[in-house]
Design a binder for this molecule. Structure first.
Ligand code: ASP
Length: 338
């Protein structure tokens, strides 16, 4: 695809060469994310960061990524603080805010809303999650993490075995990840969820159509014995009619160190898009995994900055100028990736 000036709304936009390009640019962002150098390549540019649903990582890492490229960030959070609460349409909001920004990131609870917003925007829009539909930048950083982790262990993407666990019906991160995995070869996907929260058929079909082996289960321990990646997810409480309904499913698939030791292969990588629900009744990834070197959840979150920097650099077409606008940092630092 041509990145310059494009919206990033769905992973369906990408072919494999696009993914490789994004990851190559993400790798080149490491000195900046590690604070070895600073670049001012986006000096004067403004990111409009509009989050109509709760967010910690996506919102802050999009903001940090833009700052690390030298740009400024303006933010709105929630509906109440915006004119949408006064009845303003997405169309009007997009027309107005795209006059103030050079690129916009947006999260919204309704599927398709970010695309609707983008159609009225005068600047590129990046989807930060639209309801249960898609979360393209998360899927990219997940895949980037999977590649790094698997490569370090001598494996390859083209024979990847992955278990996706939890609320696969509402989880937008697993929806986008399934679509991305369909671009590779011979992937084996085990989908583990309560029957009522199963992965929608269309995502399973896209994997099978690409020749991948997909199996479905509602049992955790036997599903994680032969995989390279365990990708756990939270019950998406906000997509249920009530908390009580979500409570029916919380805590069904808990992974802790004892289960990991008994059932997983020693190199199995543990991932989660975060937040993990650490309340006692949920606890899908126990804190006792924190010392497990294969727990990749914080490396995954760190990788989000690199991938989001890459998306901005590509969409605003400054990849070739990043280094020319850089210098070493002035301050004392000893940052490494976790
Ligand atoms: N942070 C991810 C999302 O926004 C995953 C989650 O919330 O469970 O979709």
């Amino acid at each position: 695809m041509i990145f310059a000036g494009s919206h990033i709304l769905s992973v369906e936009q990408f072919v494999r060469a696009d993914i490789e390009r994004i990851f190559q640019v993400a790798d080149s962002m490491e000195p900046y994310a590690l604070r070895q150098r600073v670049t001012r390549v986006l000096e004067g540019a403004i990111l409009g960061n509009m989050f109509f649903e709760p967010s910690t990582r996506t919102r802050v890492s999009f903001g940090c990524a833009f700052n690390l490229l030298g740009g400024e960030v303006r933010e709105t959070t929630g509906f109440k603080s915006t004119a949408i609460a006064k009845g303003e349409s997405l169309y009007d909001t997009a027309r107005v805010l795209s006059g103030y920004s050079d690129v916009i990131c947006m999260r919204h609870p309704e599927s398709g809303s970010v695309a609707e917003f983008a159609s009225a925007s005068r600047v590129p829009v990046v989807n930060g999650g639209d309801g249960a539909n898609e979360h393209p930048s998360q899927a990219l950083l997940d895949l980037y993490t999977i590649q790094k982790e698997v490569k370090e262990k001598g494996g390859s993407m083209d024979h990847l075995r992955i278990a996706m666990i939890g609320d696969l019906k509402h989880g937008r991160t697993v929806h986008s990840l399934c679509k991305l995995l369909a671009l590779f070869s011979n992937v084996e996907v085990v989908l583990v969820s309560p029957t009522e929260l199963a992965m929608p058929e269309k995502y399973i079909e896209s994997l099978r159509a690409a020749g991948h082996k997909v199996s479905v289960s509602n049992e955790l321990t036997q599903s994680i014995t032969q995989v390279d990646i365990v990708y756990s997810t939270r019950i998406q409480e906000e997509r249920f009619a009530s908390k009580e309904e979500a409570d029916l499913y919380r805590g069904r698939f808990r992974l802790n160190q004892a289960i990991y030791t008994e059932f997983c292969q020693p190199n199995t990588v543990i991932m989660h898009p975060l937040p993990r629900d650490s309340r006692a009744e949920a606890n899908e990834l126990d804190n006792d995994l924190n010392q497990n070197p294969n727990l990749a959840i914080f490396r995954q979150a760190d990788n989000g900055v690199l991938v989001r920097m890459a998306l901005f650099a590509l969409v605003l077409d400054v990849v070739d100028q990043v280094d020319a606008c850089s210098r070493p940092v002035n301050w004392c630092h000893n940052r490494t990736f976790v």
